[in-house]
Ligand binder design. Structure first.
Ligand code: SF4
Length: 395
């Protein structure tokens, strides 16, 4: 059975549905209309020169990844013929070639889903890194108005960057940049959940002394506390800070320690929100492990979110679950001991249950309760409770 094609644009997978069944060159030339064509990699561009201005999409064929003639076609189309509309490379290209394709003037590449799946999304997205750096380096040296279609395209890359200053940076690069930008005023809060090791590992590569806060509610699985100690040792973190609730407040508001059963929101406020609130006011930015795939409203989440009192840095924004798994395997990171037992999202012991096969990973948290998160959302200078049923805040 043939594999479905996918389009890779801006480092991400999109449906290629609109780009199937394009007319071959001969059919295109034999008809006097049509604004899309598929070009073989030995095309003589003079044959379509007069109709280029009316073409909205060109697909260039790459029969094998070792045949690079399509790259020259793209360069010629952009530089010699001034073609400025959509240009797509189609064939079994790999991430390194994706970056090069962008540099040659392609907007996107079309591969089959098998080729796409042989890499992780971050491989494709990281290829954008090479592309952005190449473009930006050239742009920085050139002054004045755009000189060519390549310069004009740099402007659009700049516009994307204006919305997300860390656009196109890999997870590690954006994390590194944020630590530099918010020098001394940035911290991470870790839940020590199922995939927390990824971000902690990235932090440890850049700055082992970055403040990392963990909320010890007094209700965690003992495995979570052991996991904390294991990761601190394995990763050599030197500024890992465990926060605990105020003992006087605990005594006054939850003397029996069972507030979670009657008032879980108050319990979270007492054990998580307030202790964290006290320390985060000293910082301007917070690193999170949130990812776009987790909820629909995170679909376009930037890597750097600014605007409120506290910026949020989401280095893993564009990662998929597959990326997380690939990273954990690659770096042989210790898994949370509860994960293998069916706890796919791990919080406090009284509020966490196993997840059954096929269930939402988050279904085991506050089961049989409307509550879905801890309310630890710092928006526009204050903590607010976000009223979505499915949120995946990291606590
Ligand atoms: S997760 Fe449960 S036990 Fe933990 S602070 Fe919230 S309500 Fe209390």
């Amino acid at each position: 059975m043939p594999l479905n094609p996918v389009l890779i644009k801006d480092g991400h997978q999109e449906s290629a549905e609109d780009f199937n069944d394009f007319p071959e060159l001969e059919d295109f030339l034999n008809s006097n209309h049509g604004d899309a064509v598929r070009l073989p990699n030995d095309v003589d561009l003079e044959t379509i020169k007069l109709r280029l201005q009316s073409i909205k999409t060109i697909i260039v064929d790459f029969p094998s990844f070792a045949d690079g003639r399509g790259f020259s076609i793209a360069r010629e189309l952009r530089k010699k013929y001034g073609y400025s509309a959509l240009l797509i490379a189609e064939g079994p290209l790999i991430p390194d070639q994706y970056a090069f394709a962008l540099q040659c003037g392609f907007d996107a590449i079309k591969v089959d889903e098998g080729t796409y799946a042989r890499q992780t999304e971050s491989d494709w997205f990281n290829a954008m890194d090479a592309f952005s750096l190449t473009y930006q380096r050239g742009y920085a040296f050139k002054q004045g108005p755009a000189l060519s279609v390549f310069d004009a395209r740099k402007t659009s890359v700049g516009a994307l960057n204006a919305n997300d200053p860390y656009f196109g940076l890999s997870a590690e690069a954006s994390l590194r940049q944020s630590i530099e930008d918010y020098n001394g005023k940035i911290a991470m809060v870790s839940s020590l959940g199922a995939d927390s090791a990824v971000l902690l590992h990235l932090v440890s590569k850049i700055d082992k002394n970055l403040p990392v806060y963990f909320l010890d509610t007094g209700k965690h699985f003992r495995e979570t506390l052991a996991y904390r100690d294991l990761l601190i040792g394995d990763l050599g973190l030197t500024n890992f800070i465990t926060l605990t609730p105020d003992s006087k407040e605990l005594k006054a508001e939850d003397p029996k320690g069972d507030l979670n059963q009657s008032e879980p929101d108050l319990c979270c406020a007492l054990r998580k929100v307030r202790p964290l609130d006290k320390v985060l006011t000293d910082f301007d930015a917070r690193i999170t492990g949130r990812k776009r795939y987790q909820t629909p409203d995170r679909k376009n989440m930037p890597t750097l979110e600014t605007g409120g009192r506290m910026a949020k840095v989401n280095p893993l924004a564009y990662w998929t679950a597959k990326d997380v798994t690939a990273y954990i395997r690659k770096h042989d990171l210790a898994p949370h001991p509860m994960f293998a037992l069916g706890y796919l999202s791990i919080g406090c012991q009284p509020c966490t249950t196993r997840v059954a096969e096929g269930e939402d990973p988050r279904a085991g948290r506050w089961r049989n309760n409307d509550k879905t998160e801890c309310g630890i959302h710092y928006i526009d200078g204050k903590w607010v409770k976000v009223p979505h049923k499915k949120t995946f805040e990291v606590f």
